[in-house]
Write a protein that binds this ligand. Sequence first.
Ligand code: V47
Ligand code: SF4
Length: 378
Amino acid sequence: MDGTEAGPRVLPADPRLRPVANRVLAGQRLSVADAAILFESHDLLGIGGLADWVNRRRNGDRVFITANQHLNPTNVCILRKTCTFCSYARTPREEGAYTMSLAEAFEEAAVVRDTPVREFHIVGGLHPRLRLSYYEDLIRGLKERHPGVEVKALTAVEIAHLARIEKLGIRETLLRLQAAGLDTMPGGGAEVFASGVRRTIAERKLAAEEWLDVHRIAHGLGIRSNCTMLYGHVETIPDRVEHLDALRRLQDETGGFLAYIPLAYHPDHNELGAQLGRTGTATTGFDDLKNLAIGRLFLDNVPHIKTHWVMNSMKVSQVALHFGVDDLEGTVRRERVYHEAGAQTPEWTTYAEIVRIVKDAGKRPVERNVRYEEVRAW
Ligand code: V47
Ligand code: SF4
């Protein structure tokens, strides 16, 4: 008995949500029209109650946690001028531009906090001259120095960039990285697939179909990955729904996505934020919880829904554990991408704090590896 037999703890009060709720309770797949109704509704508790029920049926009271470390080898990026939402990237000679030597990257990776790192999360800019061999040496070197560690590295956008500068196919590029020790891929770079939004916020970035294709090829090679959506800027509800639908379709085809992570747009120090006249917190706690809960309800084929506490704050993330979320971003160690864009959260946290946050929500922390296998439970 997992307590879900009695149904959701909270049912929607919004009458428009009743047919949607009935489909959820009957275990039926939600349509794109259902997803739009969910996004339009203000019945956050009702939506969260349904998502919580779905999550508890899958995971009981387990919340997956990890001791991870983010590593951002370079902020030099050829798309610096066209990803208008990004505060992290620099042109090569711009103030604040950096590119780590391998020795510097290994040095940054060597700082252990209160528990040994189990996963490195590596993402960065599209450097015009940093070759595939740099990333192969980085991954190999990290694995030699940290036996047993797993590597989640390079978004689909970075993979496509490396393939282009090496004049290799996506498959060959991924095979080389896999041979070097790449375990999984992060979900960044998806932003919002709708072409109108992409033209406004990420004009020269990989198109939707290309992003999906890199993940399709990775999944075919046994490289599992995450998926994301950057929300809270110019996108509309139909744009959000179209995006989630594209992710769900690919997952039907490959089954390769491990987790969905909605990414809350941060507006400080970027062109888009200035255009929109926003600073500080762009998204609201209400919308953050709604995106997580709708992710759980609509993406019925994606095993895990992750809250990135660096973006959503630890407080909203803890509450999200009762809104359909079963996966909490790890210790992080040093976060750069969102702090450049105004994130007010700490740059890292301790393992003990993550365990405390989960337990305080009445849930059971389960430390996972990159494939979500249990390595330690509390
Ligand atoms: O693709 C950049 C986002 C992503 C901003 O897979 C911004 O476990 C908000 O891939 N406001 C990269 N978001 C980060 C990423 C990621 C993060 C956490 C977990 C995982 C995972 C992957 O960061 C980019 C972009 O969507 N981003 N700038 C900004 N101003
Ligand atoms: Fe470069 Fe990524 Fe920033 Fe775009 S979002 S400018 S690709 S680092």
